[in-house]
Design a protein. Structure first.
Length: 267
């Protein structure tokens, strides 16, 4: 049992090294901090309001953040949404939202602003460990889009395949996932171009992220034209201050290659 605990703490260590707890209730925050120290947290910083939290994140660069959903001068969802769309180096850190109010609306709200895990007060040590294990050992792909920025909201079904056609089914799943990822990348690229003026910085990040995804997918499929088009898009979007006139051409070229790929797959 001790050996298992040591292994678990070793796996949690990179995530719990530097912890930020954003909660107006200091008693609640300190109880959580005591539990986190037992999980191996080395540095723990407290903040009680939304504006101060952004400054702390910039200076402290936490590896994990707990945030209360609501409090005086604190809107947890707004804070997470702002973090995800910022240029801060910690914008992708795991975030666990803590609240006494667990309704379908609050859970969906947390998910849609990019929260990794949701934990209801009062919680047990076991509840906390499960959330930490999830963020430390079961990372979800990062989504960089216009309407959403954060860990993939889709839940992966890890059930084992059985039966004589297992390998064929696995191949179909892989091919289907490649196609699904490519289609989603195309939709995000189109959205980024259409909504560029509303948030240019996020649009450029979305274009870079989707271009990189398509470069990988194109390499797997041996599609040199798509790979080159995706590379050109990434290069254009990474240029300082690149505007819509510069980005539209490379984006449309990628979308044209995706359309051709879909047509060939349907033939």
């Amino acid at each position: 049992m001790i050996g298992d605990d040591v292994k678990m703490l070793a796996r949690l260590e990179p995530v719990v090294r530097r912890v930020l707890i954003v909660d107006a209730n200091m008693h609640s925050a300190r109880l959580l901090a005591d539990l986190m120290k037992g999980m191996g947290a080395r540095e723990i910083v407290f903040e009680s309001d939304q504006k101060g939290a952004i400054e702390v994140i910039r200076d402290f660069e936490p590896s994990l953040m707990f945030v209360e959903r609501f409090g005086p001068r604190l809107d947890g969802e707004a804070l997470v949404g702002r973090l995800r769309r910022s240029s801060l180096s910690s914008r992708k850190i795991p975030v666990i939202m803590v609240t006494a109010e667990a309704t379908a609306t609050t859970i969906k709200g947390a998910r849609d602003v990019g929260v990794h895990e949701f934990m209801v007060k009062p919680f047990t040590t076991g509840d906390l460990i499960r959330r930490l294990v999830n963020v430390a050992t079961r990372p979800r792909p990062w989504v960089e889009a216009m309407g959403y920025v954060g860990p993939d909201r889709r839940r992966f079904n890890s059930g084992e395949y059985t039966g004589k056609r297992k390998r064929q089914d696995e191949v179909r799943e892989i091919v289907g996932k490649v196609s699904e990822d490519m289609d989603r990348a195309g939709k995000i690229i189109l959205s980024a171009i259409n909504q560029f003026d509303s948030d240019p910085a996020q649009a450029r990040r979305a274009l870079v992220a989707q271009g990189e995804i398509l470069m990988g997918q194109a390499a797997e499929r041996g599609s040199t034209p798509l790979s080159e088009a995706a590379f050109n898009l990434v290069s254009a979007a990474q240029a300082d201050g690149a505007g819509l006139p510069v980005l539209r051409g490379p984006a449309m070229a990628v979308l044209a290659h995706l359309s051709e790929a879909r047509g060939a797959a349907a033939a």
